[in-house]
Each structure stands twice: as C-alpha cells, then as structure tokens.
Design a protein. Structure first.
Length: 474
C-alpha cells in the first residue's frame, strides 16, 4: 500500500521506544519478507498479529508479491477452512496449534517466525484480484470473511486521502486494530499518501498511548464512539500536549451531544472532527461529514467519499419512519468481491456491484442520515418497530442503553447508567410504542457488551434475554 516516488528518507513508521523507520528502512524489511514468502503461484498468507512490526512487514510484502492476506486468528477451525500456505503468528504466541500441518520456516524481519504448510497437496486456486480477507464485526471467531480486491484497497485508500486531505506531513497512530477495516484504512491511507504511522497496540485511552503519541508527534486520532464517550478531563489535558489536529470517528453511531462536544474541542484547537461511516464490505469508509457542515448537518454521516455513490431505495421500514427512509445502497471504491467461508470460495471473482449495506436511512441534499439496521425491525403487538429508532429516541449522554426484543411481544431495555434515568427511558419507550408498560422490561447492567469493533453486541444481549451468560458482563 506504499506509493512509488516517496522519498526513501521520509519517516514511515514511528515505533514505541523512539525509533523511527524511514520509507527506505521499511522497503528493506519488506524486501526481506518477500524473500521468505516466495511461492510458486498465488498464496494465502494468514497474519494472526495486530499492530506489530512483523505483521505490518508481512502484510506489505504479501501484497507486493500478489498474494492474499487473511487477517484471521490462527485457530484450528480457520486453518482447516482456509488452508493458508503461510502463517505469521501473533508476537509471543510461540507458534500455531499442533497437528494442523504447519512447521516453522524462515524468520521474518522484526522478530517473528514464519510458518509454512507442510501437509497435503495444493490448497486450491485464488482469484488473481483478491488481496485481503477480513472479518466483519459480527463474525469474530467464525470462518466467514469478506473478500476484498487490490483495486478496492487502493481505491478506498485514495478516496480517504482525498476526503480528509491527508498529506505526507501527517503522522497517524494505530489506535484501532488493523485486523478490522477502520483501523486498517488508517494505515493504508497514510502509507498511500506518503505520510507516517505511529505503531502502537495499547488501548487508545491509556496514558502510555498518549505519551507515545506526544513523543512521536502524532497529528491525528481515529476512534470508535465508546472511546470518545470515555474521554474525560484528563484525556483533554493530554490532548493539549499533542500536535493532533484531526480526529475521525466511525464504527458505530455517535450521539449528537458527543459529536458537538468533540467538534467544539477540535475547533478550539484549530483542528477538525470528522464523523464517518463505513463497512468492511466496502473495504472501509463510505461517507464522511465535513467539519464545516456542523452543526447544520448534525446527525448526518456526510456525503459519499470521492468516487462513491449512495442511493436509498424503497423498502419496508417501520411505523415511525421519516419521509424518504429506505434501504441504503453503495457503489464505489472498495465494494467487496463477496464473502468466503473457506478456501474453495477464494477462486471466485467479483460477485457484488451495488452493495446492500443492510442499513436504513434517508438522503437530504446528498447527505446521508442513518436510522437503523434492517434486521433490527421487529413487530410488537402487530406494530412494525425499529429497535434502533427506540434507542435513538431515549438516548442520554452518560447513560448507555440498548434495546432488544424478546418473545411474547416484550421489548428489553438494557441500561448501564443511573437506574432512575433508565426507568424513565423505559416508560418513554412504552409510550412511543403505545403498548402497556409491562411490554417494556428494564435490565440494569454494569456495562453493555461490545464487539471487537466497538459496537453493541446484540447477540450477547439476545442471549441474556434468554437467561444465558449475562454474568460475563452484567
């Protein structure tokens, strides 16, 4: 994902401890990894690490060789399903499961040991244009992955560079996992622009992270809503010590109050706060809201990234739907080739042109406003209801809530804040639905379960409704 013509002496990667790799240094490491990853034909390279130098180098080397990279865990299930030719374990793992047919091969630059598949014959052809396999936020631990192309990676990285105005002077920290689309897009877009990345695998809220960001001269910060919601006075003081002038948000909906607060924080610094929207199935980001559009376009995720087109098609919605609300579709840079659940699927080419995002929303003057997920529409006493609409209706800053449905026309409101506030929200939900109070049940919890991508884990909540596993997080 590095562009030709970047001066070799330009900074590329800032490591913990103060060491900086130039683009020339990085190219030398990548060349060493290319030698280790040589293979007769196109290979699948499974990278089990995240935000570490060996993983970064192996990723770039594999792409340069025309291989396909899979950011998936090196579990027995995944290895059996995809039969990668090479595995790059996570640092400190010590290897991969025994009995899976893999043995240690050459050392990789950065300190990792490469594993090569020893057992069995050829694993199967891979479509020439396939560059990457990524899991979505809802498929953690499952073999299901999104197939992304080289053209899509490059096109989406270029669109993000243009949307955010990224220049070679930027220094972006890896505050998000690069095994997920949003975090990987930060890495790809900055390397594409000839900028540099601050390699860091700690929590974006930790003091160690902020010390590293300050020392490395980070100029931007990318995070999901839960991170911004946890921003307190101490983080704002730490922010003042940095050179950060750009903040971006994606991964889930950010409440209006918090959006305005972060936009004002950055405005006072002479900086910019970008609400964004994306999906793994689109390689990463689909839309971006220009900071100049706030507060006038509050609640919108913006317009399509350069080269993209967003449409809203008529669909069966819910009884509180706003005029023009329908199914959100996207065509543009980065739309996936399709899904895969195993090696045999990798021989397939492009199967998607117009992406059905699974989201509901509406357009106003070209600006997209999201209203919920199609799969989160249910019937309560015969009335079609959007659970996302109910969450938005009762949203209170500092009092996280999630709404799920159960059997017998009952809706459950999970609340992780003041129980008095949540009781008022429960009554408000019942009133909005026009149902007797007993059809809305409050479930107080210590915190809401989250997926690896920072979104509310509705599957865990549904299991809790059935009386399963609530003790893990409740």
């Amino acid at each position: 994902m590095t562009r030709e013509g970047v001066p070799p002496g330009s900074p590329a990667v800032h490591l913990v401890g103060g060491r900086t790799l130039s683009y020339g240094d990085l190219a030398d490491l990548v060349a060493g990894a290319e030698r280790a990853l040589r293979h007769d034909g196109k290979a699948l390279v499974l990278c089990a690490g995240d935000r570490d130098l060996p993983t970064l180098v192996a990723y770039l080397a594999a792409l340069r060789l025309g291989h396909t990279v899979a950011f998936l865990p090196a579990s027995e299930e995944i290895l059996a399903a995809y039969r990668p030719e090479f595995v790059v374990p996570a640092p400190g793992d010590g290897g991969i499961p025994k009995g899976t047919g893999y043995g240690p091969d050459e050392p990789l630059p950065g300190g990792a040991t490469l594993f090569r598949r020893r057992a069995g014959g050829p694993a199967g052809d891979i479509f020439a244009g396939t560059a990457l396999l990524l899991t979505t936020s809802g498929t953690t631990g499952s073999p299901k992955a999104v197939r992304l192309s080289y053209e899509g990676l490059a096109g989406n990285a270029d669109a993000i560079v243009r949307a955010l105005g990224i220049t070679a002077a930027e220094r972006a920290p890896t505050t998000l996992p690069i095994t997920h689309a949003y975090g990987l897009s930060v890495l790809n877009s900055h390397l594409w622009a000839g900028a540099s990345v601050v390699l860091n695998d700690r929590s974006p809220l930790s003091l160690a992270t902020w010390d590293h960001l300050t020392r490395a001269g980070a100029t931007s910060f990318a995070a999901v809503p839960t991170t911004y919601a946890a921003f307190g006075p101490s983080h704002l003081k730490l922010l003042e010590r940095t050179e950060i002038r750009t903040m971006t948000q994606s991964g889930a909906r950010l409440g209006d109050e918090l959006t305005l607060r972060m936009a004002e924080v950055m405005r006072r610094r002479g900086g910019r706060f970008f609400p964004m929207y994306g999906q793994t199935e689109a390689t990463s980001r689909i839309a971006c809201l220009d900071p100049a559009d706030l507060p006038d376009r509050l609640g919108s995720v913006g317009v399509a990234v350069p080269g993209g087109t967003i449409t809203v098609e008529e669909a069966e919605t819910h009884d509180r739907a706003v005029p023009g609300e329908g199914a959100v579709r996207y065509r543009g840079p980065g739309v996936m080739l399709g899904y895969a659940t195993g090696r045999d699927d990798l021989r397939r080419g492009a199967e998607v042109d117009l992406l059905d995002t699974g989201d509901l929303g509406y357009l106003r003057d070209g600006y997209l406003y999201l209203t919920g997920r199609t799969k989160r529409i249910v019937k309560v006493l015969g009335v079609r209801t959007s659970l996302d609409d109910l969450e938005r209706l009762v949203e209170r800053s500092g009092h996280p809530t999630a709404v799920v449905s159960g059997e017998d026309d009952v809706v459950y409101l999970f609340g992780a804040g003041d129980e008095t506030v949540h009781e008022a929200q429960r009554r408000q939900v019942a009133e909005a639905l026009g149902v007797p109070s007993r059809h809305v049940v409050l479930r107080p919890v210590d915190h809401l379960p989250r997926t690896a991508g920072g979104k509310v884990d509705y599957r865990a909540l549904a299991a809790a409704v059935d009386g399963q596993e609530v003790g893990r997080w409740g």
